[in-house]
Design a protein around this ligand. Structure first.
Ligand SMILES: *Cc1c(COP(=O)(O)O)cnc(C)c1O
Length: 389
């Protein structure tokens, strides 16, 4: 098999408009945070359709999550509850703040954090909950918000997979949590190479995040060089971070954002085709939104082998790779990684649903650049692995 025959697990879809906008940025002489980052933030608020929101562009979702926890005052001695079935970025930011992570299990029906497990993990030290909309399917946010209100906890949504996702017809980013953070990493539903967007309705959180995004400077570079008075003056009010998004990256984001709904339609189409094509196989299809009218962003298409399967997860992966198809596993749960396991003395038995899902799951290629022929190639290869051609 030649390199050209390999179907990658993920690829970004970058069009001529994105390329032209990046070139325009390069020619403009303004390559760091400036007018395009500002416009990307404005367009993002417009996309979410709620003027009471503020969008703050950052150079990664990890940066956005860190800023969010800093702004809501998470610190040493505090506990933050999140799912074990996520990428380490969700949890590591809690440690940046010197606070502790309390990992909980998922609901096997949705693969999302289980509100009952959250409630069981609350202690007097608990300060916040970080739900992750796994694969692009919304968490039961009514359940999470009810617990948060009852116990006086903050909520920071990790929406790295969830653009565009809705919960009860409301777009993720417009719900009642304190902060929502999106990712524009290379393999996410839209990309700026590296990048993210923090969204909040809270004026104080927004103000703090803007200051901490750029060195603790009381005004950002755009204001500093274009405001009427006085252009050279700024104050350092905190030891901030270097988390601003460049205009080069924002140039990509401006056009990616316009295509987000079209991208979702294509992703949904591919997911639908996989569902149909595997309906007779010993596979558990990815969960769908509980309310039929809701949007799933389909960042990932994750299948799980059912008990009836005659092959195991690793055999399925080997078979797909042998056919030149890139696949992945989302995720090796945090409780299995040495750092998290050792720090919190975690055992798989504490997370039976995540553990079981992990042992049986494979993420199949799902991205807008896939042709129908690419999709059929995956279908054929999966069926072949099960001896069901
Ligand atoms: C990708 C991802 C992140 C981090 O996003 P970056 O933009 O790469 O920092 C955080 N959480 C989850 C669940 C992710 O998948």
């Amino acid at each position: 098999m030649s390199q050209a025959d390999f179907l990658p697990f993920a690829l970004p879809e970058i069009g001529e408009e994105e390329i032209a906008e990046v070139v325009d940025t390069l020619r403009s002489g303004w390559v760091t945070t400036g007018p395009k980052a500002r416009r990307f933030e404005q367009d993002f608020v417009q996309f979410l359709g709620d003027d009471s929101l503020q969008a703050i562009a950052v150079n990664s979702a990890t940066a956005g999550l860190h800023l969010a926890l800093e702004a809501i005052g998470i610190g040493p001695g505090d506990e933050v509850i999140t799912t074990t079935h996520t990428f380490t970025a969700t949890a590591e930011v809690v440690r940046y703040m010197g606070a502790d992570v309390v990992l909980v299990d998922i609901d096997p029906a949705t693969l999302n954090i289980d509100p009952k497990a959250i409630e069981a993990a609350i202690t007097p030290k608990t300060k916040a909950i970080m739900p992750v909309h796994y694969a692009g399917l919304s968490v039961d946010m009514d359940g999470v918000m009810a617990i948060a209100r009852k116990h006086g906890l903050k909520v920071v949504e990790d929406a790295a997979h969830a653009l565009p996702t809705t919960f009860k017809q409301q777009t993720i980013g417009t719900l009642q949590s304190d902060v929502t953070v999106f990712s524009f990493y290379a393999n996410k539903t839209i990309t700026t190479g590296e990048g993210g967007m923090l969204v909040t309705r809270d004026e104080a959180i927004a103000a703090r995040c803007k200051v901490m995004r750029l060195h603790g400077i009381s005004r950002d570079a755009f204001d500093r060089f274009t405001a009427k008075v006085p252009s050279w003056y700024y104050e350092i009010v905190a030891p901030g971070f270097k988390y601003n998004l460049t205009d080069i990256a924002a140039a990509l984001g401006l056009h990616q954002l316009r295509r987000v709904r079209g991208f979702q339609v294509r992703r949904e189409q591919i997911a639908q085709r996989y569902d149909e094509a595997f309906a007779d196989l010993p596979i558990i299809a990815p969960p769908r939104p509980e309310n039929a009218g809701d949007l799933h962003a389909w960042h990932l298409y994750v299948v799980r082998l059912s008990d009836a399967a005659q092959i195991n997860r690793d055999q399925l992966i080997d078979s797909l790779f042998a056919d030149g198809i890139g696949v992945s596993v989302h995720y090796i749960p945090l409780h299995l990684h040495p750092y998290w396991k050792d720090r919190y003395k975690l055992q798989p038995e504490q997370f039976p649903h995540s553990q079981r899902a992990y042992e049986r799951m494979v993420s199949l290629p799902l991205y807008t650049k896939m042709t129908d022929a690419d999709v059929e190639r995956v279908v054929t290869s999966v069926r072949k692995a099960f001896g069901a051609l």
